[in-house]
Design a protein around this ligand. Sequence first.
Ligand code: NAG
Ligand code: NAG
Ligand code: NAG
Ligand code: ZN
Length: 628
Amino acid sequence: MADYEKLEIAPPKTRDIMADKQDEPRPPARARRNGMRIAFRELRFWYMFLGLIMVLYQIANFVDRPLLFLFLREPDFKGQCAQPEPLFPGQNEELDRLVDIIEGDAFRNASVDRLSGAVQVKTESFDDLGEVGQDPRWEVFFNFHKYLEKTFPLIYERLLVEKINTHGLLYTWKGSDDSLKPTLLMAHQDTVPVPSETIGSWTHPPWSGAYDGKYVWGRGAADCKNSLIALLETLQLLLEANFQPKRTILLSFGFDEEVSGRRGAATLSAFIQDRYGKNGVAVIVDEGAGFEETWGTLFAKPGTAEKGYVDVKITVRMPGGHSSIPSDHTSIGVLSELIVKIESEQYPTRLVEENPYYSQLQCGAGYSESFPKKLKKLLADSAFAKSIMSPMCHNRSNNNNKPDRLALEAAKQGPAIKYLMQTSQAVDVISGGIKTNALPERATVTVNHRINIGETTKIVTDRLTSISDEIAKKYNLTLQAFDGSQEKANSIHLSSTVNRLEVAPITPADGSTNSPFTTLAGTVRAVYGKNVIVTPGIMTGNTDTRYYWDLTRHIFRFAPGYDADDEVGLGKIHTVDERVSVLNHIHTVRWFVTFVRNMDEARFDTDTVAGRGAGKCGSSRDRAECGA
Ligand SMILES: *[C@@H]1O[C@H](CO)[C@@H](O)[C@H](O)[C@H]1NC(C)=O
Ligand SMILES: *[C@@H]1O[C@H](CO)[C@@H](O)[C@H](O)[C@H]1NC(C)=O
Ligand SMILES: *[C@@H]1O[C@H](CO)[C@@H](O)[C@H](O)[C@H]1NC(C)=O
Ligand SMILES: [Zn+2]
């Protein structure tokens, strides 16, 4: 506005008046009036233009939609989901021959035997296991170690194998260049138990390791003895082909992943960090998400994020007494009121930009023919709003109060998608009361939560505290919220269990930069072809990697095996008829062989010598100790 006045009106007028005083002929009054009218018309035009912009702006604000987007081109969704070219390792005849070996009959037959044998060694883990060395149920892992040693003699002969906390396994294949941070590959040795009453429902007995020409069946076949065996097969093949790594390769196998990993992964990661230092490894690949066909496109979805986790236990304590003279409300009634309140409202469906599902939508919009039009539009709006507004105004993470239209639309695809963008709450366990003629003195409920990306467990505990506070006031009870205190009489007591976990740090996953993600994605496209689109994925469950956050930002929860004809996928994990397609397994090995070679050739900015890292395994004195 200020600019306009200065330029368009003031100067000409002044000059006109000055001109009158010169000897130039004075223009006729009519012409002067005309000139003014023209000036006014121009002015009016600019005012109208300005008004129009303000109206548009108001409308845009009102409908929460940048209307100006209509005049602009669609955002570059493909660019937001850059796909690296297929990445093949440098030529090496002996190593290149591995692909044919892996795809051959002899390897397939031998691989079936190795996998089947691994399934036949029971390695169940139970929630109530005691400490290692005390509870005899841990001893099954000695059998498993024997089996591995017998099956992979070359590895045990040539590499360093260390046992951490008795049953944790750490394999080290020392690289020749100490300045390169190691590649760390993970799996777990334990499986969930098979409840004895379900054994009869299995098509093949759960520890048979039966092979029917396509699948190997049994507990652990898909979660995750398949990847554990595939990793050892990978190293064995590379050893046989005289591979000489520059970058150190580590395999780390925990033994209690299914019961929180406290004894296995936790002690392994501490050991590894002690040796290589904080941020001491280049990349971690652990079990996780695999491939999925959506919107007509095949996506590989390595998990780059994990939702957080918190179980909250709420206990209501109220006076007991005889049932014949009850109070109006017992602890069970009050707890019920609390539960109804908790369930009456759900956490918001919100998709922050850091959430890998946001990237998945961009990838879908960029590459999938049948990507839903409405989603694409909302996605474009979001991208546009971001491009014109200041980061503070349009930071999806900050728009806490407005409904997230993009997330709500995407959530229509079903609850499995919705809960990629929403903190879940599930009232799972309840108990209270012991006798029909006694008022219950105590009633307890446990509510399970998985925390949305961009949120924290504190949001959950704050909300439950505020709801409980209301009820506590109503019934004159003392509130003891997450303060670690002992339960008192006449109280509502809240606590979170030990497995509380924040949302995992997000793994960088920009396919247009030189990063471990790009190496991983390039390997996927080298093995499966360019029609596979690699997009960051999100895990709603937690893996052993929860203990490895300090070792690297570059953590991927990824099952790299894909078999187009395997209709089951990983659908049978943790239940009856768990099985794995052998073709899937073969592809897993092929992928890991390629990935390890690609990582060996890759160089990253983060590949500086780790301070302590070079430490224990760096010097020549320590070399023998760390495997050569
Ligand atoms: C692999 O096993 C099948 C039967 O399971 C057999 O027919 C075939 O000859 C074996 N191939 C090799 C190379 O051992
Ligand atoms: C958005 O806000 C969140 C929290 O307020 C912050 O962590 C994040 O870095 C912001 N993102 C951008 C792109 O500014
Ligand atoms: C609330 O409880 C306290 C003791 O816990 C008691 O002293 C007080 O009288 C109670 N108030 C009401 C209104 O019942
Ligand atoms: Zn698992």
